[in-house]
Design a protein around this ligand. Sequence first.
Ligand code: SF4
Length: 697
Amino acid sequence: MLRPGGAYDHEGGATPLDLGPARDQASDLLAAEDSAEVADEGEDDRALGPEPLERHRGAALVEHGEAGEGAGEQIVHEVHCNRPAISLTMRDVRGYGGRILYVDVTDGRSRIEAVSDEMARGLLGGNGFAVRLLLDQVPAGTDAYDPANAVAFAVGPITDTTVPGNSRACVAGKSPLTGLFFDSTFGGRFPATMKRTGFDAIVIGGRAAEPVYVKVTEAGAEIKPARGLWGKTTRDTVLAVQAVEGGDADVMAIGPGGERLVRFAAMGTYWKNREAFAGRGGLAAVLGSKRVKALVVAGARKTEVADPAALKALLEQQREPLKTGTKALSTYGTPVLVKPINTLGALGAYNLRREVFAEALAISGEEMHARFHDRHTTCLKCPVACGKQYEVREGELTGLRAKMPEYETIFAFGSMLGNAHPGSLVRANDLCDLLGLDTISMGVTLAFVCEAVERGWLTEKDLGLPFGWGDWRGMLRLIEMTAMREGFGDRLAEGAWRLAESVHPEGTRLVYAVKRLELPAHSARALKGMSIGYATATRGGSHHDTRPTPQYAQNFDRRSPDGKPEFAVKSQHFTAVDDSLVLCRFTSERGFGLYVDEPYARMVAAVTGWDMTAEELERVGERVINLERLFNVREGVRRQDDALPWRVMHEPIPDGPSAGAYCPPEELGLMLDRYYALRGWDGDGVPTPARLSALGL
Ligand code: SF4
């Protein structure tokens, strides 16, 4: 029943382009320059093995030895999956490795299970696989830092195919921030390399006695000592491990933030053309609690496609819409959103006391591009190249070369903090990447601190330094203190909600978070679809459960609650499917559509060989959402948890083009009633047996 097949028993080896009032500006952007300079850089020059897994013979990989001090000195644990792979149950299905690898870092044992046809067709991969595996693996009520929690990395049938934006993976676990199911996706080169190991999912459980890294190849897992890596930044860790394992291996690493169990710690992978981060939900801290510094993947197994001609025809058809729809992203990256969303009156500022930031121009994509642009960067084989390398050429941060901060990061460290210093945004983003912190949670937590200081709830003595609106130097220092849990940083590391609870009896009223996850930069007040979307999202304050993109379109009634529960349901099915395939949101939304529809069904059919319809795919999305809800219901989530930040429910936007917009509790209640009815859940938000049975759960 939608679970892995038989065990091998140790024998087997956001970014809208139709922007309503800002449409003219968006049109100008569509005509902007191409990103031809990176066209070749996203290519992969590594060799692929031609043989399918059935004929693959896993090489013996076990060595024995004492734990050493540094990266890759000797293998610590014996690995129990070193015998040749046996036949898979998925003989006629393409697009999959067909295997799931479980690794327990407590004793180094691992096992492999086959992916059943039912599980693949019913859940696709990525997000779908991860929630199924975690529901099975993690007992109810488990603390996120308990060894019984698990971290699942999962790819999907589209990963490492020719579909643009295919090098994408999902990492999931029980979040230390929300205490609920959480998945975060990331790009770069790592996802394609993981697919080449022939494992569709890698599940890491237990807790090692000493810091380790886990290396996964086509033959299975090795646990290697990483004491010498502990304390290093994400980038230094990746470089150090690649120096041992080779440049064709890819490394996902945690930083000091994850080691110190910062509840919103992020993990990162670096490749010459693009670094990528799984930022949200604190899953890097779960790895830190297991003393796992990094996951390393290396492989050469080719992903087979059932009908290459059909896939090629589909991609030909989508080429033009994708190219047109991503021009602005290719040129400026996501910061291009700052100006139009501010013009809409929907850019949170000063801890959401306002939604217009007077100095938005200074931190807009166009301004940052003009000042800092160095080169475009891209995930493996992606023609869009939405990433940018920046170089700061003026002021006291001169010489800083770092990744472009995304739109969400500019909101969190810029407008939310009343900070219009663009160079400091580049530095804050870089610090968070290196130290392993989620930029949205960090910035929104600091925004709460600014307001708490202003109200006298926190003092300079509490913080250990002066800090307030627009103080970018204080911001940079507090980021470092958070990652190291130094002084007041120890309290910041708990996230905005827990900090607020400890600061003042009414502290949580100032926190911009849902289910303790700090919200991103798509307004919960100005976009009514986001109101119901955030409230019902599995992850809480995430813009990747319900999508803001369609709501910026000129013909979308963003102010009225009418039809928004229906919209949220549809949008959530889309994101669940997208994250299960696994596809980049930008390439999928712009190339193949904003909802589950025919192009996605054709894509899945061409890759797997199934006679997939859009309706069946929609049910996959619904199934994944219901599994996520079951996980959260098991942890106690009910209707009262499907709430919005106090300010969103009680304080209308004070001025600007979206003045007056908010979502009072009564309005949210009516939308929840409708949403639960559409989902076939009871009035308390619990999935009914009848609906679960209809979904085969
Ligand atoms: S659009 Fe951007 S994030 Fe998506 S795959 Fe391409 S480069 Fe990566």
